[in-house]
Design a protein around this ligand. Structure first.
Ligand code: DHB
Length: 401
């Protein structure tokens, strides 16, 4: 046992060494871990699991944006950090914390499903870091944190034009079948509201579990209801299974029209759906077939960089999310302070591969065209061919502040 003096000495020594270590750490921390001219963007995406196609599409599109525009903007170098949350909300939250605390990201982005976005909101709020929703589509997400900005779409925005089109085109009785969570419930609610206001009737509302995409029992019920049309919403990645079961159950053969949001006839999956989907009408914010110079360049470059894989609406959300970061940095002259960057994002507008878009400065939600499309076969491949446009559609559901 050391004597008292010796112990005091040891303690002093220990304190000195702790202080020394702390000073060394401080000096290390004071010399910035990242060079000041780097702006880190933390992308949290489902790269594995049931929604992996969303992660794959967004990562590819974000990388394409950087490849096309260079990694430098307003004197800063953009660094992407990709984290896989496997579609699990607890992981999204933990990864957001790590990205903010350890990596010191200036922007959080991605969020492949509504619950994943909702899990990140409180972290963005606490850290005062802008969080760009590139995929999720439940309207209320942007209301849960003032740091959320959206470049994807909302389900009310994409659904209302479908309800109006159906009412105008001889469809009187509809059954709705949606995934039983946020975006599905938004689609169900706004389809019903608009369709009934336009003189139609909803005769059944069916909801299938998100985690178990077996639609057989719901499709049998829809068939037995004998509607003029069945309205569908499932998230990206599930459309091919759903449409296969729709055909197998004989709904199309029975003359029931199949309509829905474009999430169902996803560009990523449509060529695996077979000719039974030819003629199907959907409404959506993006088609890879969109006829504009911006989109032709986007699709050609995406195909080239990704072994001929076609970009879908998730890709365009990721591409425009990166555009938002670049344009905001240009506006702030490279200042990536959270509040300045967020402020710069509000009200920005530009021409995306999907058409003209803007960020509503009040709600931080996206304003964009919604297109009515029909599945057609061209040169042996299936495409969502746009034939009508509703310009500059805002989400209708945010409460005015
Ligand atoms: C959501 C996810 C999707 O893949 C989609 O197509 C629409 C909405 C969501 O979870 O918000």
């Amino acid at each position: 046992m050391p004597g008292n003096n010796q112990r005091r000495f040891l303690m002093k020594d220990l304190k000195k060494s702790v202080l020394g270590a702390a000073a060394a750490t401080f000096m290390f921390a004071a010399a910035p871990a990242v060079a000041d001219d780097t702006v880190k963007v933390g992308l949290i995406l489902p790269m594995t699991g049931a929604s992996a196609s969303t992660g794959r599409q967004i990562e590819a599109a974000a990388r394409l944006y950087i490849a096309e525009h260079g990694s430098k903007v307003a004197g800063k170098t953009i660094e992407l950090i990709i984290k896989d949350d496997a579609g699990v909300a607890d992981q999204s939250k933990r990864l957001a914390q790590e990205l903010v605390v350890n990596d010191k990201v200036s922007v959080l982005a991605g969020f492949g499903l509504t619950p994943l976005a909702l899990a990140v909101g409180p972290i963005a709020t606490q850290a005062k870091v802008p969080a760009i929703i590139m995929a999720a589509g439940t309207a209320m997400i942007v209301d849960t944190s003032p740091w959320f900005v959206r470049t994807s779409f909302t389900l009310p925005q994409n659904t209302i034009p479908m309800a109006e089109w159906a009412a105008k085109n001889g469809i009187k009785k509809v059954v709705t079948l949606v995934s039983d969570y946020g975006p599905g419930l938004d689609a169900e609610k706004w389809f019903k509201t608009k369709f009934e206001a336009s003189g139609g009737q909803i005769i059944d509302q069916l909801r299938s579990p998100l985690a178990n995409p077996d639609f057989a029992a719901f499709l049998q019920k829809a068939k037995d209801d004998k509607p003029d049309a069945l309205f569908l919403f499932v998230p990206s990645g599930q459309g091919a299974v759903l449409m296969k079961q729709v055909v197998e159950r004989g709904l199309v053969a029975d003359g029931i029209k199949i309509i829905g949001t474009g999430d169902v006839t996803d560009d990523d999956l449509i060529n695996g759906m077979g000719d039974a989907v030819v003629g199907m009408i959907t409404s959506h914010n993006y088609s890879a077939d969109h006829n504009s110079p911006e989109n032709k360049a986007f699709v050609a470059n995406f195909l080239k960089a990704n072994g001929n894989a076609r970009p879908n609406f998730m890709a365009v959300g990721g591409y425009d999310g990166m555009a938002l970061v670049y344009k905001a940095l240009e506006k702030t002259g490279g200042d990536a302070t959270g509040a300045k960057l967020l402020d710069a994002m509000k009200g920005l507008s530009w021409v995306s591969p999907r058409g003209p878009i803007s960020v509503d400065p009040e709600t931080r939600d996206i304003v964009q065209n919604v297109y009515i499309r029909k599945v057609e076969k061209k040169d042996g491949a299936l495409w969502n061919v746009e034939f009508d446009t509703l310009a500059n559609v805002k989400d209708p559901s945010h409460t005015p502040k």
